[in-house]
Design a protein around this ligand. Structure first.
Ligand code: G6P
Length: 424
């Protein structure tokens, strides 16, 4: 039987992960699930909820709880990481400090994500050091691409796959915009995490004529959520001649978004923090029921399903096509071999098998290469704590570039987060 460690198991996303585990209970039967979190109450709550849900559905899992990393990781074949160092309070700083200087903070793709990388990378490096040498780290901790790059280069030999389920919801959004059945639509999303692009799309496995589809695409009004903005995405698709990832909005509508965020007045972190106490309270009430079924999940189902499916694909040698963040090694010809890219790969016991996807589309090639340059510098800065590299990273970032702005964000950001930045 196997052991799966889940680091960050007190996360609000856990009900979705538990549901994902339930769906694959037969494939993972007998597994020990070692829950780890530094937040004791949330950890205890999720362990209670999971145990009750597994018992009610007859799933053969054993849940153990840990606040120390070592016992959680010992003997684990899979280490699923899904934590945010500093929690929502830190995210609020990530989102609000850059905005003061006219830059979208953005907790993953923006300079806010840079600050988050500086907190996440040291913890992931420690996990890579403590985990069994053969363990697979299946990482959701953001920014997933920068974290993955840092682990691959600063703990060579570690087996790590960076995950993001953004493409699942994005593909659904495009299916709706293009009037196609989502379940049968497959897109070749390639690029970098939160900077992927699709020129090749298939329906029932048959290639579609994307230029023709985009020529007929109408730009819908409104409908934006915190994750998706169909109107702006349709505008971009028509201009660029490809399907962009939802995060493209921050690159191509940057100044408009700054104005919107300022007018809104609260950060996403503040909005989430306001709902979290009620959410955890409702989960606690649910966990006490004989057959708990938490319906209000913090992140939606695809997050948990996707991570569990990746673990199953590795464990059961499924050779399944999944979009993941891995070393490039020729998958995208416009990026270095040692870049960490997001590409479709076939996942089996030996890990991900990439295939050659060709170059990046010309209209976004330079932008993607610039983002990659920033990410590489960010991974180095986060791993080493070198301030000059950190400044270079922010000066390379397409939202920032301006030297004095980069200095202000860096100075204020590193000071605000100093408790989580042992390397600086
Ligand atoms: C999407 C992104 C994730 C990100 C999340 C934030 O799912 O792909 O990388 O962490 O949104 O969602 P939230 O509800 O926390 O704003």
């Amino acid at each position: 039987s196997i052991k799966i460690a889940i680091v960050g198991a007190g996360s609000g996303y856990m009900p979705g992960v538990i549901r994902g585990l339930l769906h694959r209970a037969a494939d993972l039967a007998g597994a020990e699930l070692a829950f780890h979190d530094v937040h004791r109450e949330h950890l205890a709550l999720m362990a209670r909820l999971a145990t009750a849900m597994f018992a009610a559905r007859g799933a053969d899992f054993t849940v153990t709880s840990h606040t120390e990393l070592k016992p959680a990781l010992d003997g684990a074949s899979y280490v699923f990481t899904t934590f945010r160092p500093g929690g929502m309070a830190a995210r609020h700083l990530d989102e609000s400090i850059p905005l003061k200087y006219g830059v979208v903070g953005q907790e993953t793709a923006g300079p806010g994500g840079f600050l988050m990388a500086c907190r996440s990378v040291p913890v992931l490096l420690r996990i890579a050091e403590l985990a069994d040498p053969d363990a697979w780290i299946v990482n959701y901790t953001n920014p997933t691409n920068i974290v993955t790059d840092a682990v691959l280069r600063y703990r060579p030999g570690t087996r790590i796959i960076g995950l993001c389920d953004q493409h699942v919801g994005d593909t659904e959004m495009w299916a709706e915009l293009l009037g196609l059945p989502a379940a049968r639509l497959e897109a070749d999303w390639i690029g970098l995490n939160h900077a992927t692009w699709a020129e090749r799309v298939r329906l029932h496995g048959e290639p579609l004529d994307l230029p023709a589809l985009l020529a007929d695409l109408e730009i819908p009004g409104g409908g934006a959520t915190p994750w998706r903005d169909p109107s702006r995405m349709a505008e971009l698709a028509r201009a660029l001649g490809l399907l962009p990832n939802s995060y493209a909005k921050y690159y191509f509508f940057h100044d408009e978004v700054v104005r919107e965020l300022r007018a809104k007045g609260t950060t996403r972190a503040q909005d989430i923090s306001a709902m979290l106490p009620g959410y955890y309270a409702s989960l606690a009430a649910e966990a006490a029921k004989p057959d708990p079924d938490p319906s209000r999940e913090r992140g939606g189902g695809e997050h948990g399903e996707f991570a569990v499916d990746v673990i199953c694909a590795l464990h059961r040698d499924e050779d399944r096509r999944m979009i993941v963040n891995i070393r490039n090694d020729g998958a995208i010809s416009s990026l270095d071999d040692d870049a960490v890219v997001e590409v479709p790969a076939r996942i089996g016991r030996k890990g991900p098998l990439r295939s050659a996807m060709g170059p990046l589309p010309l209209p976004v090639r330079g932008l993607t290469q610039a983002i990659w340059t920033y990410e590489r510098l960010a991974a180095d800065a986060a791993a080493t704590g070198d301030r000059r590299t950190a400044l270079q990273a922010l000066m390379a970032h397409p939202f920032v570039r301006d030297k004095h702005t980069a200095e202000r964000i860096l100075h204020e950001g590193l000071a605000a987060h100093r408790d989580h930045l042992p390397q600086f």
